[in-house]
Design a protein around this ligand. Structure first.
Ligand code: XIL
Length: 389
């Protein structure tokens, strides 16, 4: 009796401190799932990390398969992991990811073949253009052909643009010239004709960078090279969600005849120390308690902002669901989000739809409601249209 009392006490302390191994069970199935809700509108995806690929957490695993149709590897298909040395590739985790996805009926969105960040050190040390070109060609051919048809899509090139829409000063631009993006798509198509190919970037909803993205996509198309879509990353802040720009971007990209995807959606609730927007991974700032105001929990007023932010975004996504193929969240739950460590290490952020205990947040219920209401409204529109005929 006394022992069980002590055990209960220990358990409740662990639960209240958010210890993940004693999570309360995830059970929102009755309230609707994300993928069930948006079936027929767009694919709903999430980024997953190594533990999730290794199926370390049964509750979290069920949450993923209940709610998402697709997964993006958060890090393990980046060059530093998959191609650690000049003549050595490591496919162990990416093969595991593909097997996990096949077993659970999830699509995989590959991320990413060519990116200036998270490059293996042997590439960062390269001085001559020939070596960079050889790396670039071998990398795309080897990685893309291994997964041809096994992945739904590839982010072939990630973040090749500066904020003003010009080409980003990167090792690829410097050594290969500004045709490298076209070349990357050409090689990816040859190696992987059965996987869709995307250009992916942040802030490409903003006018100047958007114009740059449109120029880049047209350049690929004008060269007769295949491109299927564009990924707007969607790392925004609850205090700045540029809905008008996002809508204009959806429309302008769709006019190019390609799919529009939201590939890395999350909404930070914390101040950005430099007041910049977007997701430049090279940005960082010193920790300061003033930059980390919600360690004890999220105040209602901020929770509301988050809910309204997700609500307005999903309303927009529904409005343009004919142009949008996929919406992917950058992580499953708040505890896992990269925004706890970027651009400042060790903060407590709340950017996703499930909290640290895997409980669906008000924003989750809200976006499910939007779709229910949307369907009801649409049915009554159609009915009225019929009556008026
Ligand atoms: C992030 C990951 O989430 C982090 O774990 C990693 O430390 C850095 O990269 N844009 C992208 C993603 O395209 O690959 C980045 O992912 C977030 C910004």
């Amino acid at each position: 009796m006394r022992d069980s009392f002590i055990l209960t006490g220990i358990l409740s302390i662990l639960l209240s401190t958010g210890c993940t191994s004693f999570r309360s069970p995830y059970e929102p199935k009755q309230t609707g799932s994300l993928k069930g809700t948006f079936k027929g509108d767009f694919t709903i995806g999430t980024a997953i990390n190594t533990d999730q690929i290794r199926e370390k957490d049964a509750t979290g695993g069920k949450l993923i398969t209940d709610n998402f149709d697709a997964v993006t590897p958060e890090n393990i298909m980046k060059a530093e992991v998959i191609h650690p040395e000049w003549d050595r590739y490591d496919f162990s985790l990416s093969d595991k990811l593909v097997a996990y996805a096949q077993k659970n009926n999830l699509k995989v969105n590959g991320h990413t073949l060519i990116w200036h960040s998270q490059l293996p050190s042997f590439v960062r040390r390269m001085k001559d253009a020939d070596s960079v070109r050889q790396y670039f060609t071998n990398h795309i051919k080897t990685v893309a052909s291994r997964y041809d048809g096994k992945l739904e899509s590839w982010d072939v090139v990630n973040e090749a643009l500066e904020e003003d829409g010009s080409m980003r000063r990167s090792i690829f631009l410097e050594k290969l010239g500004d045709n490298f993006v076209v070349e990357a798509f050409r090689l990816a198509r040859q190696a992987s004709p059965n996987t869709k190919l995307y250009y992916n970037d942040y802030n490409i909803e903003e006018p100047a960078k958007r114009a740059g993205a449109i120029r880049l996509i047209k350049k690929i198309q004008d060269a007769g090279v295949h491109i299927d879509g564009v990924g707007i990353q969607g790392h925004w802040n609850v205090n700045y969600i540029p809905l008008k720009h996002i809508e204009d971007a959806i429309i302008e990209f769709a006019v190019l005849g390609i799919d529009v995807a939201f590939t890395e959606l999350d909404l930070s609730v914390l101040p950005n120390p430099r007041n910049t927007i977007g997701a430049d991974v090279d940005q960082n700032a010193e920790y300061d308690a003033k930059l980390n105001p919600y360690t004890g929990g999220l105040p209602d007023s901020v929770q509301k902002k988050l809910t309204v932010g997700y609500e307005s975004l999903f309303r927009l996504f529904m409005k343009h669901s004919d142009k949008i193929g996929r919406v992917t969240l950058w992580g499953v739950h708040d505890g896992q989000s990269w925004l706890n460590n970027w651009p400042v290490m060790g903060r407590t952020n709340y950017p996703l739809l499930f909290d640290r205990q895997l409980k669906p947040k008000p924003a989750f219920y809200k976006i499910i409601k939007i779709k229910e209401n949307y369907s009801v409204n649409n049915q009554s529109h159609q009915k009225n249209a019929r009556i008026n005929q």
